[in-house]
Design a protein around this ligand. Structure first.
Ligand code: SF4
Length: 297
């Protein structure tokens, strides 16, 4: 039996790789921002909070089928944008129905997390919301402007620090190749700089994949955007890691979009990861890379 056959999953659903073993509960549709030029994820959906009766039904069904569930991920792309009252109701029901629940994770757009007060975040934390996935994408102001994302690199640091202050862990996503060949170096260096200030508990470095549905596709076709090749992406990854400070975090670059998987504990594994990357880049070792046709979003 597949969960998609018994739960109400609408449209294309995306979850972080680290939530592969979590129960995915779709409480909202789409994303409230939905302007980022590289992101095709929710272009077919208008943001909406599902009816509580529908969510309640899914929770009861899932609790009957998977009563031992410890981790739950709330989808879609910006589930934290649901009104606070709705989130509290959902979390209360999850705590009631899943006695072994240890952590709830959620994607949060910067726009939505920014509006949460420290008190609101503390309320969520007290109901086991333990991890918020935040998309920084880049720390470089020029690249940030180009991608048409809400907010700013500086504002994103503050949002991340506010979440951490409430005792909720953060997983920050950045995207390799987002500045293209033109901004690659400054994208890597400035992204490392804001990560050094925000010091999230987890960093996820994805790799840009351009598909037709994303607005950046037109820039690629017109020559306005120069895409990095696989080794350019690895150079950028190396550059980013070299510029990261020695704060403690889990560093993931093991998403389906990445050419080379990194799943490391920093700063302990940093030297080894850098040596491995340097070796692969120097030898143009294609065998170490994920084949292009197996990459995915
Ligand atoms: S905020 Fe995230 S999910 Fe929403 S459009 Fe931007 S990248 Fe996509």
């Amino acid at each position: 039996m597949f969960l998609e056959d018994i739960l109400d999953y609408q449209g294309n659903m995306i979850r972080p790789p680290s939530e592969a073993d979590s129960l995915i509960l779709q409480v909202t549709l789409g994303c409230t921002d939905n302007h980022c030029i590289f992101c095709p994820a929710y272009k077919d959906k208008k943001f909406k909070v599902k009816d509580f009766s529908r969510i309640e039904k899914d929770i009861i069904t899932a609790a009957r089928v998977l009563p031992e569930t410890r981790r739950i991920f709330l989808a879609d792309g910006d589930a934290i944008a649901a009104p606070q009252e709705a989130l509290l109701k959902i979390l209360d029901l999850l705590n009631e129905k899943f006695p072994k629940l240890s952590r709830v994770g959620v994607y949060g757009s910067i726009k939505s997390v920014e509006t949460k007060t420290p008190e609101a975040l503390a309320q969520l934390k007290s109901r086991k919301l333990g991890l918020i996935y935040l998309g920084f994408e880049t720390g470089d102001p020029e690249v940030y402007k180009m991608i048409n994302k809400y907010g700013s690199p500086r504002g994103n640091i503050e949002t991340c620090l506010k979440v951490k202050e409430a005792g909720i862990k953060t997983n920050v996503t950045v995207i390799l190749g987002l500045g293209g060949s033109k901004y690659s170096k400054q994208h890597a260096i400035n992204t490392a700089k804001i990560l050094n200030q925000a010091q999230p508990e987890q960093i996820a470095a994805l790799t840009l994949m351009i598909i037709k549905e994303a607005p950046i596709y037109k820039m690629l076709k017109s020559g306005e955007f120069g895409e990095l090749d696989s080794f350019g992406m690895l150079e950028e990854l190396k550059n980013l890691i070299e510029n990261l400070g020695d704060f403690r975090c889990l560093f993931f670059s093991n998403h389906a979009s990445n050419y080379y998987p990194v799943n490391a504990r920093f700063p302990t594994d940093k030297k080894q990861v850098l040596e491995d990357l340097a070796f692969i880049i120097k030898n143009r070792d294609n065998d170490a890379l994920r084949p292009e046709y197996t990459r995915g979003l």
